[in-house]
Design a protein around this ligand. Sequence first.
Ligand code: PXG
Length: 404
Amino acid sequence: MNKTIELEDKYCAHNYHPLPVVLVRGEGVHVWDDAGNKYLDMMSAYSAVSHGHAHPKLVQALTEQAGKLAICSRAFHSEKLGAFLKRLCAMTGMDMALPMNTGAEAVETALKAARKWAYKVKGVATDKAEIIACTGNFHGRTIAIVAMSSEAQYKDGFGPFPGGMKLVPYGDADALEKAITPNTAAFLVEPIQGEAGIVVPPAGFLKKAVEICKRHNVLLIADEIQTGLGRTGKLLACQHEGVQPDGLILGKALGGGLLPVSAFLARKDVMDVFHPGDHGSTFGGNPLAAAVGLEALQVLEDEKLAERSAELGAHLMERLHGLKSPLIKSLRGKGLFVGIEIDPKLARAREVCERLMAQGILSKETHETVVRLAPPLVITREQIDWAVERIAAVLKDMALKAAS
Ligand code: PXG
C-alpha cells in the first residue's frame, strides 16, 4: 500500500472509503497525484469546487484577506460580511442570511429557524412543531439531520433521535399536502436529490409544493447546498420551476473551492426570530469566508458559470445518450449535475469509477449504482468530449467483460 494511504488508514477514522489516489495539487478542472499523474476532476468535491481548483481570483481574495485579518469571531463586526451577504441576498432574492461553515450547520440553522418561526410567528404550541422532509434525502450528518434520513446506515447506532420529523415520498406533492398539520413548520427539500443518486423529481413538483406550503402557512426550505450556485444550469435549481423558496440553504461552492462557507437565507420575518445568543458559530461569517464568498459570487457572474453549466450539461447529456451502452440503465440530471445509473446486473458503479481513474478521470459512485459526473463549471466542451470518449471506452470494455 502507498505509504501516505497507509498512514491515513492507520490514523484517520474509517468513515470514508476513498479511491486509492493521493492528490497533491489542483488547477482548474485538473488534479495531480503524488506520482505526477494528471486527472480530470469530474466530481468537484461534491460541487464544492464549481469554480475550479485554485481559481486565481479566489486565491488572491483569500491570501489578501488572510494577510490582513482572517478570523475575529462575530463578537465584532468585520469589513466584508455585510457586502458578502447583501450580494448573496440580492442574487437569490432573499432578505437576510445567517452565515455558517459547513452544509450540515446551515441545515441545522434552517431547522432551528423553522421551529422558532413556528412558535413565535405561526403560533404552534410549545414543542409541537413538525418538519417534513423527503424519503431519500441527504442534508448532512448531525443527529437532528440523520433523524430525518430514510437511509438505515446513516442512523444505525446513533439514536435516540429528536422527534418532530416526518417523511413523505420524494416528488409526491399530494403526500406532502396530506402530511401537513396545523403544527407543520416547514417542508425541507432538495430540488434534485444528490446523494440519492441525482434524482430529479417529476416536473411541476416544486411548484406544487410551494403552492401547498403557501396555502397552509408552511415554510418551503430548499436545500441547495449541492444544486445551488449554478450547478444545475440556473443560479438555483428552484428557478427551473420559477419557485422562490421561503428559506434557502447554500454551502459547498459558496466557499469558492477554498473554504467551508455556508449560509441559511430567509425572509425577514423568519430570520427575525433569531436574537443575540440564540444561535451561532465561532467561524461562521469570518472575514476570510466573507472575502472568498464575495469573490466566489463575483466570479460566478463574471464567468457566467450557471449559463456554462446549462449549455455544457446539455452537451454532456447528449453525448452520454449517444453511447447506448447496455451498462447504462438511465441518465439523470440537469446542467453539469449528471448521474449515470449502472445496471447492477452487469456491473458495479465503483468498478466504473476505478476504471475511469485509470483513464485519468476522477468520479465517485453513489449508492453502488450511480456514477456521478459533476465537473467544475469552468470545464470546456473539448474536455467534456475527452471525458466522454474515455467513459465510452470503459463502458465498452466492461460490457464485453459482462457478456463473456
Ligand atoms: N445538503 C446536501 C444537499 C448535501 O449534498 C449536505 C447538506 C451537508 O453538507 P456538509 O458540508 O455538512 O457535508 C450535503 C453534503 C460526504 C458527502 O462526504 C456529502 C455530500 C455529498 C456526498 C458526500 O459526507 N453532500
